[in-house]
Unconditional design. Sequence first.
Lengths: 368, 314
Amino acid sequence: MTARFSLRRVGAVARKELLHLRRDRLTGGMIAGIPLMMTLMFGYAINQDIRHLRAGVADLSGTQRGRWLAADAQATQVVDLVHRAGSARELESLLVRGEISVGLLIPADLEQRLVRRDRPAAQLLVDGGDPIVLGAARALTQLPAPGRATRAAALSPLFEVRAFYNPERRSAVHIVPGICGVILALTMVLFTAIAIVRERERGNLELLITTPVQSAELMIGKILPYVAIGYVQISLILGLGVLLFDLPIRGSLSHLYLASGAFVVASLSLGLLFSTIAESQFQAFQLTFTSFLPQIMLSGYMFPFDGMPRPAQWLAELFPLTHFLRIVRGIVLRGATLSDVSGEVWPLALFFCATLTLASLRFRKRLD
Amino acid sequence: MPASNDAAIVTRGLTRRFGERVAVDHLDLTIPRARVSGFLGPNGSGKSTTMRMLCGLLTPSEGEASVLGLAMPRDAETLRRRLGYMTQRFSLYEDLTVRENLEFLAAVHDLPRAAARARIDALLEEFTMTKRASQLAGTLSGGQRQRLALAGAILHEPELLVLDEPTSAVDPQSRRDFWEALFDLAERGVTILVSTHFMDEAERCHELAILDRGRLVAAGAPRQLLADLPDRVVEIESDEPRAARAQLEREPAVRSAAQLGARLRALVDPALADPARALEAALRAHGVTARAQLAAPSLEDVFVAATRGRGHES
């Protein structure tokens, strides 16, 4: 005999979860605390538009052009020329000691090099340990050769970089939608990852499985309250973004909320799946972080998606965060509509169905 | 025991292994309806494992079990509507109030709302918990928790109530009250299966099954089990109980001897004539002065006699 699916039981489980949350002050506080804290902290602290790198210059040419080149570099504001070195070796040792992260070496034969143009005129020594510094320093190589009026046209770079959607290149505009995804990818998975294993640890499960409650009812009832919490977190983070960081929301909020729902339930059901695998809350935490790290590393939040090798991109397509970042950046920053981002919504819906089914199948109303 | 067509539970060769260990070993049980039946046995005798198999929570390695006419574990979902199960460990939610716990159980059992409210109020009243309805379950005393757990287990008016060592963390007065409640339920037609390692509780059951390391070693009404004990029971008082016990264990007619404070309790072969005098004489011959007299057998004696020769350590 298979009893029919009962909404009443789903509601009973959902209500019980809310009661747990209400009694658990710390977790309740984290619902609002994590988004508030992280958005403020990262919104202000993270700056991908690098300026004022400490730099040193060794001008071995001693010519007017050498001084112009150094002055041009300083004028970009990317580097601050805080050290002057007398030799290439001295410049290198400054770099090794970490006193500077960029060194500008102007060779003695600068004039000949500029005329013959068979070798680069000058050399940049860069601390390659930090990819973002390396990238910033590369921008310096786009500097036109000094000579001002004379051959400026011929030497100016071929491309001019213009940042669309974020013309002032303020990092917060990029960071806040990303933070939204990262916070949800952590909190949503974590909330449900402990949901079933906690019942097991506290001994509630042995009673729960002798009641007529069905696996699917239990799973859905456990997800429902956190969907609402997910929306609270999204609203908090984007609200802070708008209030404090002038985050423009160019698309429709209703489209954003609809599309985000797919990410929220996908993350929640991933957590539930972990909860049916883990035997203790500690194991549930480990599984959560094991899923979290690759998501932030490969989703395009940390590093550009297009820069990754193909297999890494295929892998990243499996992560909910990858799709959510495209959705939230698309709708918030580019003003995309729901149908523009539908290609990101259905993989999330598929992910949700697959993980929820797996979790329901894995959850046995047995102790053996 | 009553004929099996009146039986609530019948098992045949029920066996459960955990790896190499045999927790329940070919158990043949018949549990009558509307009675309080007890599982008596020490820890590790297979009481909990048997109960879990009967509730459909564990799959038997071998054998079969029919519970309320349903085959376990195949029909476990159907049984769940007719079964109340109280786990050994308190398994309601400690961070929910008394009423919230009962409301949750009522909802997952699909009780109609109005009926559920009336039933919860009636149960709170019956178990004198009305004043504690909005207290968190985690702040209740041991006895109050047991009453709440029992209320939760009978909320949906099950036909069968399975209770796994329900009184192990409860004071004597609460235990008495708890047993009164069980008899009330049995009178109303509920079949009750309860496990215990308290002899006084075992004595109160209508029917008793004594388990030892997974095997059924004796079954029947407690009074019958006492009457059927083949051994004579002799109580011996001595100033040197350790020496007396050592000597008793060397007597061929003594089947077992156990110390209870200053007294010793010996199970003696019924072939031995006038066992009290005979044992006194045997002890005196070895320089131990003792006074012996015949005593009425207890369930503990039945238990000791039933598990004899199985290499028990305690």
